[in-house]
Design a protein around this ligand. Sequence first.
Ligand SMILES: [Zn+2]
Length: 72
Amino acid sequence: MAKLWAKPFYNSAKWKKCRESYIKNIDGLCQTCLEKGEITAGYILHHIAPLTEENINDADITLVYDNLKLPH
Ligand SMILES: [Zn+2]
């Protein structure tokens, strides 16, 4: 369950758009498996550097592809 302070972010249009385009960009596949030559559907989108109350409004952390991954 998302933390209360993170709720407005996860409900924001810019996050939903970012999330959608990122998943589309990697065809919804787990990139770790793909590196091993395996095709596995990704499951839940994660931020590599976890979101905190301090960085939740920092688009360079919350909305960049480099900080996202979709493990299976
Ligand atoms: Zn995988």
